[in-house]
Write a protein that binds this ligand. Structure first.
Ligand code: NAD
Length: 498
């Protein structure tokens, strides 16, 4: 039982309140000793984190399979490999990021040129990472990488919902990382609430926007800065003319079928339980009714080719390519949304309560007030809505009725004017053209939301920056005292000449 009396999913004990307090005190002491500051120490810890994954990848993949039934291929592709790659890149690039910035050449006022203007990147102190269940590994370890790189100490609180992963993390972190600086706290709401009573120097939270408000309110009591990586309804706008010319390199695939295939992929990975999953599709069909038919056929094709009839289907526990829904609560939520929807199912639609699985399901002829258009769907259901023009699509996305600015806006078009119109007239964390999900593989661009979809950025240097602060410095030469003569009281007319 947890401290609130709820039954836990595994035998791994939750961290007691006393221990949480003790960990906080220990980490503060470690940070104050400045042992985490030398770059070599940080690089060593970062490489230890990569080593932890290299030596235990099978155990991590197995744990995530138990939690989510996530195919091993997806765990390596989207979690283990990117974290290992980014750990190595962080260790390699850290000395560049941490360089003291010399601002001398930017100084405009002549008499300040000798003042040694510098900007130091300093660690904020002791950080707290609160992670969700859907990509339990990358969403706990990527923020941790940033904290280590910045020279911070850090507590990681993995999601209790992905309990097998959390247990292994708690077992392995002490074996690979310096325990006096990095600790895992296990627990659910009451343990997180206890953590949030304490003063942290940065909180990095990934999860839903309701809990984000609790995190922000708790952080505000201590004026602690926060990174919030949240979700939202990420739209897809498909240009009906994406078909011509067909340049995708596969003769049998029209442009709209390619768009359907790429959107479908973003919706089937982890059974749509991804913050960047396409949430709904807008098809501006005015003057091009044929596009709707072609897109519909594209989704059907994508379903058939992803789940061929000679392999275990998406409802089977032995499916090699498809995850289950994390738990019965989410299964019921999604089933109820689907049953209330007035959309026309064009592929998928079946579910199995026993295996907690729902087929990837695409629905056409969905209206704006449909059950699937209320909150973030966060599952394998994709409503497609028709609108008149691209202007109507833009208006739809930025309408007050939507749940805030999306995390990602996906646009499929070859037309620069179409793309520009959407980009210039909307707000979203990222805007991605002609594919879904794959943007997460690009190491050199920041990832994050805006407004309701979050604040702050991550990936490599951007995560490092979240846990660092810029400490500016100047050193005023003694010998320039004569030019300061008039700044001291008593003020005279000459003071105005300074
Ligand atoms: P979750 O239920 O695992 O919760 C996230 C964390 O918050 C957990 O560690 C949990 O213990 C803690 N928590 C839950 N309730 C709490 C409370 N009342 N007080 C304090 N802490 C609490 O995960 P979730 O929120 O269901 O995650 C899914 C959401 O996360 C979706 O909305 C998704 O879009 C979003 N998400 C965003 C990103 C991103 O990078 N932007 C990535 C993944 C998921």
């Amino acid at each position: 039982k947890s401290q609130t009396g709820k039954t836990r999913l595994t035998m791994t004990a939750y961290t007691s309140f006393d221990e949480i307090q003790q960990i906080h005190t220990e980490l503060r002491k470690t940070f104050n000793s400045r042992v985490t500051v030398p770059l070599e120490w940080r690089q060593h810890q970062i490489l230890q984190l990569a080593r932890m994954l290299k030596e235990n990848h099978e155990r991590f993949a197995e744990a995530i399979l138990k939690d989510l039934n996530k195919p091993a291929f997806e765990v390596y592709l989207c979690e283990i490999n990117p974290v290992m790659e980014r750990a190595v890149l962080t260790a390699q690039q850290l000395s560049e990021w941490a360089k003291v910035e010399n601002r001398e050449e930017h100084i405009k006022k002549e008499h300040q040129k000798s003042w040694k203007p510098r900007v130091y990147r300093e660690p904020k102190g002791v950080g707290l990472v609160i992670a969700p269940w859907n990509y339990p590994l990358i969403l706990s370890l990527q923020p941790l990488l940033g904290a280590i790189a910045a020279g911070c100490c850090c507590v990681i609180k993995p999601s209790e919902v992905a309990a097998h992963y959390a247990g292994i993390l708690a077992e392995l972190v002490p074996k690979y990382l310096d325990q006096s600086a990095f600790r895992v706290v296990l627990g659910a709401v009451s343990e997180t609430t206890k953590l949030l009573e304490l003063k942290w120097d940065h909180i990095f939270y990934t999860g839903n926007s309701t809990v984000a408000r609790i995190i922000s309110a708790a952080a505000a009591k201590h004026l602690t800065p926060v990174t919030l990586e949240l979700g939202g309804k990420s739209p897809v706008i498909i240009d009906p003319n994406f078909n011509s010319p067909n340049t995708c390199g596969v003769d049998s695939l029209s442009g709209l079928a390619l768009a359907a295939k790429r959107v479908f992929f973003g919706k089937t990975n982890n059974a749509g339980q991804i913050c960047v999953a396409p949430d709904y599709v807008l098809l501006p069909t005015k003057g091009n009714a044929k596009a709707k038919e072609e897109l519909e056929e594209g989704f059907k094709q994508a379903f058939r080719s992803s789940f061929p009839s000679d392999q275990p289907g998406p409802l089977s526990d032995s499916s090699p390519s498809y995850s289950k829904i994390i738990n019965s609560n989410h299964f019921s939520r999604l089933s109820s949304l689907l049953s209330q929807s007035r959309g026309r199912i064009v592929c998928g639609g079946k579910s199995d309560e026993k295996t907690c699985r729902i087929e990837p399901t695409v629905l056409f002829d969905v209206e704006e007030d449909d059950s699937l258009m209320q909150g973030e769907n966060f599952g394998p259901v994709l409503p497609v809505l028709e609108v008149g023009t691209v202007e109507d699509a833009v208006e739809f996305v930025r309408s007050e009725r939507r749940v805030g600015h999306p995390l990602v806006l996906y646009v499929f078009s070859d037309d620069d004017e179409f793309k520009k119109k959407v980009r210039e007239n909307t707000t979203s964390g990222n805007i991605i053209f002609n594919d879904t999900f794959i943007q997460l593989d690009v190491n050199e661009i920041p990832f994050g939301g805006v407004g309701e979809s979050g604040q702050g950025r991550q990936v490599l240097r951007y995560t490092y920056e979240e846990f660092s602060y810029q400490r500016s410095s100047v050193e005023i030469p003694k010998e320039i005292e004569p030019i300061f003569a008039s700044r001291y009281p008593p003020y005279t007319r000459a003071s105005f000449d300074l």
